[in-house]
Design a binder for this molecule. Structure first.
Ligand code: SF4
Ligand code: ZN
Length: 323
């Protein structure tokens, strides 16, 4: 007997990964979108008249995020201005192609787009960095540079906030990685839905409770245009292990993803815990809790042909650079 949608009793075409409910396409869309709306309202992610930069990579998460935020902004009248912000790391055969997808999304969704590149900000592309340092630690450089590039792009656009496509699986992975590393400080911070409210540009994660499988399903049934190739420099074995682990436990018990996030939340930072004092980097003027920011330390290492300067024992390395 064909399955019946548990909401409207029409024919179901899918089983919802998060709940196991049989649903028709329309009821799945509605459940998916309204859960995100609930997250946005409940966590007070946006205020009327704010401008929100959507960190757009052309991948499934940020493409669905742009589509859903535009839809919810119209449906529920959030009154926010949405813009797309992309970072071009300079990875031939990967980012150049995915940016073509973002450019099409810009037209499809009618949202303005800004692309900011490592090359213009730092004078280095990831292709050049990998040529110099090889395929080890490349993601450490890339992560530090991307974080700052997004913030700088957002400042240029004068936005109030950045929204990223991090989903529930990503956050559960980060919780597991921090548990395995015994990194209690990060463990306490990594489940926050909004970060950077203490001076830096706030960032928020409207997909905090949204399952990756449902994002893929939504993109598929909505026929959204996204780019699905992995980065050619992606080794990240440690995250890969956490990812495989999450997928395994999800198979046995789908609620495990949300439960891991809730475990992390129960340890989250209470308001009275002291956070590092924010200042500005004396080199680039960008927000930093040290005299010289991490991006500048790494950049100096690259420019001096000593890329290891930027990695590892940063206190010692920073002293070497600043004195
Ligand atoms: Fe950058 Fe590594 Fe991600 Fe590739 S996989 S985009 S190198 S962080
Ligand atoms: Zn700096």
């Amino acid at each position: 007997m064909p399955a019946i949608c548990t909401v409207c009793s029409k024919g179901a075409i899918l089983k919802r990964p998060k709940t196991g409910n049989a649903l028709c396409k329309e009821c799945f869309f509605h459940a998916f979108e309204e859960e995100i709306h609930h997250t946005i309202v409940h966590a007070e992610l946006f205020k009327r008249n704010e401008t929100i930069a959507i960190g757009a990579s052309g991948g499934k998460d940020s493409t669905v995020l742009a589509y859903v935020l535009k839809l919810l902004n119209d449906r529920h009248d959030y009154g926010v201005n949405l813009v797309l912000l992309s970072v071009d790391e300079g990875i031939t055969g990967y980012r150049d192609d995915s940016l073509e997808t973002v450019k099409r999304n810009q037209e499809q969704y009618g949202l303005p787009l800004k692309i900011i590149s490592y090359e213009e900000l730092y004078g280095w592309t990831m292709d050049a960095i990998v040529k110099q340092i090889g395929l080890k630690n490349n993601c450490t450089f890339c992560g530090v540079f991307r974080r700052q590039a997004l913030d700088r792009g957002a400042l240029m656009l004068k936005v109030d906030k950045i929204a990223t496509g991090h989903n529930a699986d990503d956050i559960a992975e980060t919780v597991i990685m921090n548990v395995l590393r015994g990194d209690i400080g990060r463990l306490r911070r990594c489940t926050a839905i909004t970060t950077g409210t203490d001076g830096a540009l706030p960032r928020c994660k409207p997909f905090k409770y949204t399952y990756e499988k449902e994002i893929v399903m939504y993109a598929y049934f909505k026929k959204l245009d996204y780019f699905s190739t992995e980065c050619i420099y992606s080794p990240n074995a440690y995250r890969g292990f956490a990812r495989a682990y999450i997928k395994d436990v999800e198979k046995i018990r789908p609620s495990a993803i949300i439960d891991i996030i809730h475990s992390g939340e129960s340890l989250s930072v209470k308001k009275d815990i002291r956070l590092p004092v924010q200042g500005v980097c004396e080199r680039c003027g960008y927000i930093s809790s040290n005299a010289v920011c991490k991006a500048c330390v790494m950049l100096e290492g690259l420019n001096k042909g000593l890329p290891r300067l930027g990695i590892g024992k940063t206190h010692k390395e920073r002293r070497k650079i600043t004195t």
